[in-house]
Ligand binder design. Structure first.
Ligand code: XMP
Length: 304
């Protein structure tokens, strides 16, 4: 386990030494980039601009909360929702979707970096990101891309030796609010990996609402390592007196240490039933809710 009291001053020194000029960081609001932003703010606050890209693929209320939490930093919020929807249009293949989101992200970020004439980039890459990307399991958008398109003098990755639970420990020590330090991981490609097939605005709206319900019902009471909802496709249902062709929503709740392996949680039937009745009751276009019991491996945590 990392020694937090030593790690914090050491990484602040490292950032001061390695990022010796105008610096940017992509802040997603996840624990990794938040910890890096606070460390960097302490190290080189006057030279730092955190940039938050609003992809339109974030969870309910997320963008507003991030603006509030980081209001004391020089945070730039970039509305790139249209560009992301455009980039995803017509794509069904999971890897193509990931690449499209990654590219849209790079383009939006690159534009800001150029405008700001940034020389240094800070990235919240953590140890498992490096391993999964090096192993070629999937393209991880924290790691791929950016360095090759923008000519930064240096890229600083202050937490690239830490596991997730260690990052959380550092977050607590930095006095980040609990909703950040204990925040579930949320994938870089956002809700797009929780939609099987083409991403449309309708599916994003449905999956966002379903995610909010799942989080409300499970987060506090069961403290899952990660929980969310995904859209699988359409199926037949009966709503009122009508047969409908409605969305099938999958609910996932897993325990894990670092996301490399995971177990589906054994949730009480009554809780699962409540989630089902809220999702089908509150989201008119959903006809069916299923619970995913598959561990990782053989499944991944996310659906794409
Ligand atoms: P999987 O689905 O591969 O995910 O079992 C393991 C953990 O990583 C998160 N995840 C991502 N995080 N960028 C990220 O920052 C990504 O592209 C990405 N893909 C998956 C996932 O939510 C889980 O916590």
């Amino acid at each position: 386990m990392v020694k937090v009291d030593k790690f914090i001053p050491k990484s602040i020194e490292r950032i001061k030494k390695e990022a010796n000029g105008k610096t940017i960081i992509a802040l997603s609001g996840g624990v990794d980039s938040s910890v890096c932003a606070v460390l960097a703010n302490r190290a080189i606050g006057d030279k730092l601009t955190p940039i938050y890209i609003d992809t339109g693929l974030m969870r309910k209320g997320e963008t507003e909360r991030i603006k509030e939490i980081f209001s004391d930093m020089n945070l730039q919020v970039v509305d790139a929702k249209d560009q992301f929807m455009e980039a995803l249009k017509g794509l069904e293949d999971p890897e193509e979707k990931r690449m499209a989101v990654g590219e849209a992200f790079i383009r939006a970020f690159e534009k800001e970096a150029r405008l700001l004439e940034a020389e240094y980039l800070i990235q919240g890459t953590i140890y498992p990101d490096r391993i999964e990307s090096e192993g070629g399991i999937k393209s991880h958008h924290n790691v791929g891309g950016l360095p090759s398109v923008i000519d930064f003098k240096a890229i600083v990755e202050p937490i690239d030796d830490l596991y997730k639970d260690e990052v959380r420990e550092v977050a607590r020590a930095l006095d980040l609010p609990l909703e950040i330090s204990e925040r579930m991981p949320f994938p870089g490609p956002g809700l797009s990996v929780r939609i099987i097939g083409e991403v449309t605005q309708e599916k994003v709206d449905v999956v966002r609402e379903a995610n909010a319900i799942v989080e409300e019902e499970l987060l506090e009471q069961f403290k899952p390592w990660q929980t969310f909802a995904a859209i699988l496709g359409k199926g037949t249902g009966v709503k009122g007196d009508l047969r409908v062709h409605g969305w099938i929503v999958a609910v996932r709740a897993v325990g894990s240490r670092d996301g490399m392996t995971a177990e589906a949680m054994e949730l009480p039937w009554s809780v699962l039933r409540k989630i089902e009745s809220r999702i089908t009751g509150e989201i008119a276009s959903v006809a069916r809710v299923v619970y995913d019991i598959t561990p990782k491996p053989p499944a991944t945590i996310e659906f794409e």
